[in-house]
Design a protein around this ligand. Structure first.
Ligand code: V47
Length: 394
């Protein structure tokens, strides 16, 4: 350990724990700001969880101190009809199947209208792949949202939806994206990446885009000037090597484009799908995944503990295992709840603020692009936030 680190009692303690866990060399690399290799990443899965977590927490605190980001958002899933037949998915329906729906643009607008009394800054809009929907439909739902609430940021369409939209437009995505932006698209969510491994894809979601296609679509999104998020669905049939391969491929694209804002490890939920025989990850697995991603993804600013998926107590713990963001108030989540999530479908803004404080962290309300909307913390200036901090009741 370097002399400067020797003088810091926190780093000393983390290093001692890392030594006991057999990863002192990895702690040295992290303290020195050196990138961990794939082999290092695999070792993180075999080492003591709390030593790995403490190292990830150190990185989190270097980047963000105690600040913990959230937003006031709502989710809209405009259709559950999908032709991809992913084995992990409980949300999908076939056309005509009981419960299948497609929202008309007016119905999407109605969902926005229902929340006009709330200080919502973002709508997260994703859905299944229904080939009958014409290109104009996608423009119309974006316009319907913006006409109803012009100030809202629309974070919409995963990479596979964008591929489908371009297919329907019969034009390359690079040509279509400016039109989507003109209609109201502000950024893209991180879903649909699953695990990039071809082996896992062949077993679980062979109708879906390949990992290569997901990454190339994300590259096109970033080249169009849009930010996006990224994810990995973990805790089913993938190996730790396949997880590290996924993280490394995200990291390499990020080196080139810098377009990813946030990474979200998504825990597989096993109810009501073709992989119901699998146990799904434990809370300890979820914390490790959080920590490994914080340590591997040295070039992605934010790691999100999506409380809907983790439960609020595990999300609170994740804030000390590398995560610095908890997503938002959500309102009407369907994808995880169809797959057995027992968390509430929404949480009040004040509750979110309180449970971040209860976890010993400082809540910061952000917009989708991480401009500060509200915080009671004066240290924000010291981490480079320039946006005005407006007082909003907690
Ligand atoms: O793409 C589907 C996953 C994703 C299951 O970008 C499942 O800010 C677990 O991507 N068990 C959608 N996961 C959710 C998503 C997301 C969520 C919150 C924030 C952001 C963001 C993105 O959910 C899908 C898929 O990977 N999923 N079924 C299941 N049974």
């Amino acid at each position: 350990m370097k002399d400067s680190a020797m003088k810091d009692p926190v780093m000393e303690q983390i290093h001692r724990d890392a030594s006991a866990a057999g990863i002192a060399d990895l702690a040295d690399k992290v303290f020195a700001g050196e990138r961990l290799t794939r082999e290092d990443g695999v070792r993180l899965y075999g080492a003591d969880l709390h030593a790995v977590g403490a190292l990830a927490n150190w990185v989190r605190e270097q980047k963000h101190g105690d600040l913990t980001y959230f937003n006031v958002n709502q989710h809209i899933n405009y259709t559950n009809i999908c032709n991809k037949l992913c084995r992990f998915c409980a949300f999908q329906r076939l056309p005509g199947q009981e419960g299948a729906y497609v929202m008309k643009p007016e119905e999407v607008a109605q969902k926005i209208t229902e929340q006009l009394g709330e200080p919502v800054t973002e709508v997260h809009m994703v859905a299944g792949i229904y080939p009958k929907l014409p290109y104009e439909y996608y423009l119309d739902i974006l316009r319907a949202v913006k006409e109803t609430r012009p100030s809202i940021h629309i974070k919409a369409f995963t990479m596979i939806e964008l591929m489908q939209i371009a297919r329907r437009a019969k034009r390359p995505l690079s040509e279509v994206l400016p039109e989507l932006v003109e209609a109201g698209l502000g950024s893209c969510p991180g879903g649909g990446a699953e695990v990039f491994s071809d082996r896992v894809r062949d077993e679980g979601y062979d109708n879906k885009n390949t990992g290569h296609e997901w990454l190339e679509t994300a590259r096109t999104v970033h080249e169009a000037g849009l930010r996006s998020n990224c994810t990995m669905l973990h805790g089913h049939i993938e190996t730790v090597e396949e997880r590290i391969d996924h993280l490394d491929r995200l990291r390499l694209l990020q080196d080139e484009t810098g377009g990813f804002q946030t990474y979200i490890p998504l825990s597989f939920h096993p109810a009501n799908n073709e992989w119901s025989h699998l146990p799904g990850p434990t809370a300890l697995d979820e914390l490790r995944e959080m920590a490994v991603s914080r340590l591997m993804l040295d070039n992605i600013n934010h790691i999100k503990a999506y409380w809907i998926m983790l439960s609020i107590p595990v999300a609170q713990m994740a804030l000390s295992y590398g995560a610095d963001d908890v997503d938002g108030t959500v309102v009407e989540e369907k994808i995880y709840h169809e797959a057995g999530a027992t968390t509430p479908q929404k949480v009040k803004r004040a509750e979110l603020v309180q449970w971040i404080r209860d976890a010993g962290r400082v809540p910061v309300e952000r917009d989708t692009l991480y401009e500060v909307v509200w915080s009671d913390d004066e240290s924000l200036a010291s981490v480079g936030h320039s946006a005005p901090v407006a007082a909003v009741n907690g």
